[in-house]
Write a protein that binds this ligand. Structure first.
Ligand code: BGC
Length: 471
């Protein structure tokens, strides 16, 4: 079976993971530069993003790879600290403008549509010094940064993503040490972050919608990541109910305020956290509810539902997960989770469970009034095999589930983005976990890129608009 006519395929990257040139031509330090330089022991192989894939100097090669893949669009992100080194609009770095214009022009010449993410985790350190996403003032800074990018680049860009994976930004970086700035204010900082981030997203959306859309005619949305939770025993109604709670805490945390009619955080989140906070002797819940103004202001602020999806985990029981800190998001859920499901990858958290994706997509259709969906990331890690059959099988099995839900359940999926163009700086895993279509040799200063077998697979899929024959 063919994908629907008009269904588009792309590939994604993110600025900090590929660009390098961390202190070149006016770029300032971001939170990942700071983390990798001051706490290198947190990175699995001790690497960092100083040079990464050197895409800053090699964007012509990058575009050639995109052409070879035959993708319709390229999803990449802008480096805030390259464009506005102070984080504010009081100083614009001309080289940042030049770099992204060069990339946008090259894409246009090759008929590849840009899908541009404003924020993919590399916050200018100067703004982090003021508290980063835990500081409500970030709403203004993000507004100014968005405004600048819409004005400067918007003539060349028809599709914008405000935030990549709000859960990772808030929970992993402010509620844990998994991502920079590694604040680990579990159960507190993570919720301060979500409050600011959702408001910042909404303000950026309204700005685009009112000021830029009428002239630039583009679309703007948010990409939400989900580890999908399923009950370890689907016949056990308690576990079924707990999995729903976990999905509300994970996906619903950011999707419910934007994509439901009632808006605001999911009810079960508000209740659980209020109950726990009271038991902790707090005067106010750690998660503050939005007031009526903000509920309205945030609702409906995304033209599509952007979904990044990789994996499914299981819920095995009620109670406090043994790895949960106190207080914490995980403890607030009140369920025990396990990653022991499906086939493995090079990443501990990434289990291969294609049917989980189908279940997530069906759940999104029901929970969020049948939204138009773009899959903005999906991919598989290994150690860098050139004959990457594991990756090919992953894409094939996940995409066939996507086809099923499009055809059988009429889930409105409009496009698919594979993660990622080339092996790149995989955050705290460094270069030890590789997700790319192209192998990148990081011991060679020229950072040569070598196509893996999956390049052929994806190319054939895109050319024929259907899954290649594969077993
Ligand atoms: C992120 C990417 C990351 C990928 C694989 C997503 O969570 O957006 O930046 O490389 O997953 O871990």
């Amino acid at each position: 079976t063919k994908f629907p006519p008009g269904f588009t395929f792309g590939v994604a990257t993110a600025s900090h993971q590929i660009e390098g040139a961390w202190n070149v031509s006016g770029k300032s330090e971001n939170v990942w530069d700071r983390l990798t330089h001051t706490r290198p022991e947190l990175i699995a192989d001790g690497t960092n993003g100083d040079i990464a894939c050197d895409s800053y100097h090699r964007l012509h090669e990058d575009v050639e790879e995109l052409v070879a893949l035959g993708v319709h669009f390229y999803r990449f992100s802008l480096s805030w600290s390259r464009i506005l080194p102070t984080g504010r609009i009081d100083y614009v770095n001309p080289d940042g403008i030049r770099y992204y214009n060069e990339l946008l022009d090259l894409l246009a010449e090759n008929n590849i549509e840009p899908l541009v993410t404003l924020f993919h985790w590399d916050l200018p350190q100067s703004l982090q010094d003021l508290g980063g996403w835990a500081n409500p003032k970030m709403i203004d800074y993000f507004y100014d940064y968005s405004d600048f990018c819409f004005k400067e680049f918007g003539g060349k860009i028809k599709s914008w993503i405000t935030f990549n994976e709000p859960y990772e930004i808030c929970e992993d970086a402010y509620g844990d040490e998994k991502k920079a700035p590694a604040i680990d204010s579990h159960g507190v900082g993570n919720y301060l972050c979500s409050d600011t981030l959702l408001k910042a997203h909404a303000e950026s959306y309204h700005l685009y919608n009112e000021t830029y859309r009428p002239v630039q005619n583009g679309r703007i949305f948010i990409s939400i990541n989900s580890i999908w939770y399923e009950p370890s025993d689907p016949e056990n109604s308690e576990l079924v109910a707990l999995a729903e709670v976990a999905n509300q805490f994970k996906f619903g945390w950011f999707a419910h305020p934007i994509f439901t009619v009632e808006g605001g955080y999911p009810k079960v989140m508000v209740e659980n956290i209020a109950r726990q906070s009271e038991a902790e002797g707090l005067r106010k819940p750690r998660l503050e509810q939005f007031d009526a103004y903000w509920i309205q202001r945030i609702k409906g602020t995304s033209d599509f539902l952007g979904i990044n999806h990789y994996t499914t985990h299981l819920i095995t029981g009620a109670g406090v997960d043994p790895i949960a800190k106190s207080p914490s998001w995980l403890k607030d859920i009140g369920a025990v989770t396990t990653m022991e499901v499906g086939g493995d990858s090079a990443s501990e958290w990434l289990r291969v469970v294609p049917t989980g994706f189908a279940n997530l997509l069906r759940w999104c259709k029901i929970s969020y009034n049948d939204p138009p969906i773009y899959i903005t990331e999906n991919g598989f890690s290994d150690r860098g095999d050139l004959e990457d059959y594991g990756r090919i099988k992953y894409f094939n099995d996940y995409l066939s589930e996507i086809l099923n839900v499009i055809n059988d359940d009429k889930v409105n999926v409009l496009g698919y983005t594979a993660w990622t163009l080339m092996d790149n700086f995989e955050w705290r895993a460094g270069f030890s976990e590789r997700f790319g279509f192209y192998y990148v040799n990081i011991t060679d200063p020229a950072r040569p890129r070598t196509p893996k077998l999956s390049v052929q697979y994806y190319r054939e899929l895109i050319d024929n608009h259907e899954l290649p024959h594969f077993d």
